[in-house]
Write a protein that binds this ligand. Structure first.
Ligand SMILES: Cc1cc2nc3c(=O)[nH]c(=O)nc-3n(C[C@H](O)[C@H](O)[C@H](O)COP(=O)(O)OP(=O)(O)OC[C@H]3O[C@@H](n4cnc5c(N)ncnc54)[C@H](O)[C@@H]3O)c2cc1C
Length: 322
């Protein structure tokens, strides 16, 4: 019997959508381990977000400290590891976001715990399924250490529903914080009114064939008409056309929206690994042999220069007629 400590990312006083997927997994793991879910919020604003988190977990632990204001693996990992011990956790989880993927292996090392990364299913208390080979095969793994660290693929777990009653919120002491010489010099973040890429219902993605960052503006207009998030292939992000955090794929973000519109993207296996779980895929590419058409539900063989302005006009007309 043991508890599940779920590291939850938050912002603006609320849990992020990614954390709600983690809590869905955490509830199932807690049932398998005969324990309870403890949501852990670390960093500036943790206490303020505590009550919002308590709508989803029976217990919420918040930690705030000047040296923990922004995420740094060196400072966060010891705090998470210590609280896992304090709260009798046999499972420590995080969503497989950039932070979760960075943090949990370090927590596992500190706890001498086995690590199950980027899992897509819980098969039993200690058994998990995870995609391998860019999503072309699934491995079933078993972790036999007393404590197990898990990162959870967001697109494979629905967002947790609210519980009937609000849970308890407890502020924990950060203890001694030692950054081991690491420090944050500055944080550059992009503010956007668009939905978060990993939880958006519609994603518009552009590839190398867009040729320049300026040309992405037509895709952004389309995205805004559809209330979509923007994505991109690695070729487009590596070329500096768009921000790196738009990258979808094996080494980028994993998305599974209702609608994924891939524009001027060839469909390399590493890109498909990040989006082929999308419910409906629309591909626009001038090359009829482009592999993206093999996974597309709807394909348009033409240039984006022709297709996107026409699509934008048609959507505008439809919206105006309503
Ligand atoms: C270890 C590793 C990890 C990787 N991880 C990722 C990842 O996470 N995500 C990812 O995306 N890639 C990843 N890649 C890179 C991947 O292999 C491809 O190189 C990349 O996805 C190609 O991007 P692209 O489709 O935009 O470019 P290209 O393959 O060059 O395709 C451009 C497409 O645009 C079309 N096109 C050109 N002009 C037009 C036009 N005017 N109108 C319409 N269509 C047009 C072309 O026909 C072509 O199909 C990874 C590679 C490696 C080795």
């Amino acid at each position: 019997m043991g508890n599940v400590l779920a590291f939850c990312e938050f912002g603006d006083g609320a849990l992020k959508a990614s954390a709600l997927s983690n809590l869905t997994f955490a509830r199932a793991a807690a049932a398998a381990h005969g324990g309870e879910v403890i949501a852990l919020l670390v960093g500036a604003g943790a206490a303020a977000a505590g009550p919002a988190a308590a709508r989803y977990a029976g217990k919420v632990v918040t930690v705030e400290h000047g040296d923990l204001a922004a995420y740094l693996a060196e400072t966060y990992a010891p705090v998470v590891a210590r609280l896992a011990g304090d709260h009798g956790a046999t499972v420590v989880t995080a969503t497989a976001t950039a932070v979760g993927k960075d943090l949990l292996p370090r927590v596992a090392a500190l706890l001498d715990a086995g690590m199950a990364s980027d899992i897509s299913r819980l098969d039993g208390a200690t058994q998990f399924t995870r995609p391998i080979l860019a999503g072309n095969a699934y491995a079933q793994i078993e972790v036999t250490t007393p404590v197990i660290c898990v990162t959870v693929r967001q697109s494979e777990f629905p967002q947790a529903e609210e519980l009937g009653a609000a849970g308890e919120v407890v502020a924990a002491d950060a203890g001694a914080v030692d950054a081991l010489g690491a420090r944050i010099d500055r944080v550059e973040s992009q503010k956007s009114d668009r939905p978060e890429l990993t939880s958006a219902k519609v994603v518009v993605s552009g590839g190398r064939g867009m040729q320049s960052g300026d040309n992405f503006k037509v895709l952004e207009e389309l995205a805004d008409l559809l209330g979509a998030a923007m994505g991109a292939s690695r070729a487009a992000t590596d070329a500096g056309m768009v921000p790196a955090d738009w990258q979808v794929g094996q080494t980028g973000k994993i998305v599974a929206p209702n609608l994924y519109i891939a524009v001027a993207i060839s469909g390399a296996i590493q890109h498909l690994a990040g989006m082929k779980g999308s419910k409906t895929i629309v591909a626009i590419n001038k090359d009829p042999e482009a592999p993206i058409f093999q996974v597309a539900d709807y394909g348009v063989v033409t240039t984006w220069e022709k297709a996107i302005p026409e699509l934008v006009e048609e959507i505008k007309k439809l919206k105006a007629s309503r």
